[in-house]
Design a protein around this ligand. Structure first.
Ligand code: APR
Length: 233
């Protein structure tokens, strides 16, 4: 039975009120990513970085999954084959919608990481520089987020599921950030069919066999319905 790998980006959470990065009024039009999303920025001004992620954590806690998150969880449940979600998003809306086969390649807002010893623990609502690591007792707490210039998490596992995919679907991502943006090429090389669902098609000619333009909260449930119906579900 077909193995489906789905890559999601900020566009899937946009209708839950969580801003995207590169759209009009996106986060990177309002914040300097060098300051808030690089290890160097954290060294220079950890307080500013904590402020930025504390605000994003508060927004995420206040948000709820939308129909796109719910439909993807349903696909995982009702699809007779394997469905794996690889998300660039650091919010927990996929989990709260019921998805379990999920890889957070850019980390999670709900996690804290000790920059000194590598220990991980659940993030407090608001993190600050004086927070001590519960393991090594040093004040080197950072959000468990992958910053620019750092290697995303679980890349071996991600390349493995992409190499075995029969169908690769990209949802709500601009395809501008690597290595995530290169996964569709990996999938094509492995012989997978490829589909893009995005508000604005990303105009990467030759990469997608099918392009569905539209809002995720509408286009994803319709696509999931179609998929499940194709298997008599
Ligand atoms: N439904 C579907 N797609 C949408 C919607 C929506 N409601 N709203 C916006 N989009 C699309 C936009 O057209 C755009 O192509 O989502 C995409 C969002 O692109 P980006 O803002 O670049 O976000 P993303 O691709 O997830 O960014 C990748 O970059 O900043 C880093 O680490 C961060 O994970 C992030 C990575």
């Amino acid at each position: 039975m077909e193995r489906i790998v789905i890559l999601t980006g900020a566009g899937v959470s946009a209708e839950s009120g969580l801003g995207t990065f590169r759209d009009t009024d996106g986060l990177w039009t309002r914040y300097d990513l060098e300051e808030v999303a690089t290890p160097e920025g954290f060294t220079r001004n950890p307080g500013l970085v904590h402020e930025f992620y504390n605000a994003r954590r508060a927004n995420t806690l206040a948000a709820t999954p939308n129909a796109a998150h719910v439909a993807l969880a349903r696909l995982e449940r009702d699809w007779p084959g394997e469905v794996v979600l690889v998300t660039q998003n650091v919010d927990d809306l996929h989990e709260r919608a019921g998805s379990t086969a999920l890889i957070h390649m850019h980390g999670v807002l709900t996690g804290a990481l000790c920059a000194a010893c590598g220990h991980r623990w659940p993030a407090p609502r608001a993190m600050n520089m004086s927070d001590l690591c519960p393991s090594c007792d040093r004040a080197a707490t950072r959000p468990d987020i992958v910053w620019f210039g750092e290697m995303p998490y679980q890349m071996d596992r991600i390349y493995d599921v992409v190499a075995r995919a029969d169908l690769f679907v990209s949802i709500g991502t601009s395809g501008e950030v690597y290595p995530a943006a290169g996964l569709v090429e990996e999938a094509r090389m492995a012989g997978a069919e490829t589909v893009e669902i995005n508000l604005e098609p990303t105009r990467r000619p030759g990469l997608f066999d099918e392009v569905i333009a539209g809002q995720a909260s509408r286009a994803v449930p319709a696509w999931v319905e179609r998929m499940i119906a194709s298997k008599g579900g």
